[in-house]
Design a protein around this ligand. Structure first.
Ligand SMILES: [Zn+2]
Length: 236
């Protein structure tokens, strides 16, 4: 089955807004910047014999999640509530997304961040399988979309030239961002199969992220793990 995720400009914007808020703004319950966020992916889908087209039109941030620097945990209650709610708005619950926030010291090179940091971890894969198993038993779901958005604070702001539909990469100021999507599917024998999904984003394919100006993000003086925004070298 070929899986194609079409990410609307609105959904991408919402993922970037909440992902960067969790990444840059220090939240009161933690001592450092860079916490993981979690949210739900909503929209529509069409399924053909060999192809599944998943249109993510909206993203809803999970405000009940416990957002920490190295993990995020969530309550099934939230997913259950949103399933019922979006149905009334004519949308489907498609799956979920979480973020991987990395400060500059977390990876030596952008290549490592891209190859390892921007991928699903072993725990993510176990969670994706367990989530579909549970949703299959509870609601009869046959498949489930999982996405990860990675934010990596780099020294230099460099725009990414080529759009990669398997792992779209883009820069917002000096924060390098990556997206990944996998679809978990229940097979005829009851096993769960994981497969990558192609990501299409008109916004990123047209390089429109280059118009976003958030200045630069830097470590606060004397602080190893706290970020703030800079404009002409001054904090804003
Ligand atoms: Zn993860």
């Amino acid at each position: 089955m070929k899986n194609i995720v079409e990410l609307s400009d609105e959904a991408l914007m919402q993922i970037v807004l909440n992902g960067l808020e969790a990444f840059i703004v220090r939240h009161d319950h933690v001592k450092r910047s860079g916490i993981e966020m979690h949210g739900h992916l909503l929209g529509h889908y069409t399924q053909m014999t060999r192809k599944r087209k998943i249109q993510v039109t909206h993203f809803s941030c999970d405000t009940s999640a416990t957002m920490m620097p190295a993990y995020v945990s969530w309550k099934n209650e939230s997913d259950l509530l949103k399933r019922s709610l979006v149905d009334g708005f004519g949308l489907c619950y498609l799956g979920q997304i979480h973020s991987h926030p990395y400060l500059n010291s977390d990876w030596t090179t952008v290549a490592d961040a891209r190859r390892i940091g921007a991928e699903f971890s072993d725990v993510d894969i176990e969670t994706g399988q367990a989530t579909l198993q549970e949703c299959h038993a509870r609601y009869g779901d046959e498949w489930h979309l999982e996405m990860v958005a990675t934010f990596y604070h780099t020294k230099n702001a460099i725009f990414v030239k080529q759009y990669d539909e398997l792992k779209p990469e883009f820069s917002i100021g000096n924060v390098r961002c990556f997206l990944r999507a996998d679809v978990y599917e229940v097979m005829d024998d009851g096993d769960i199969k994981r497969d990558y999904a192609i990501i299409r984003s008109p916004f990123l394919e047209n390089g429109r992220e280059k118009q976003i100006d958030i200045g630069r993000v830097g470590l606060k003086p004397g602080r190893k793990y706290t970020l703030h925004r800079l404009h002409n070298g001054e904090a804003i």
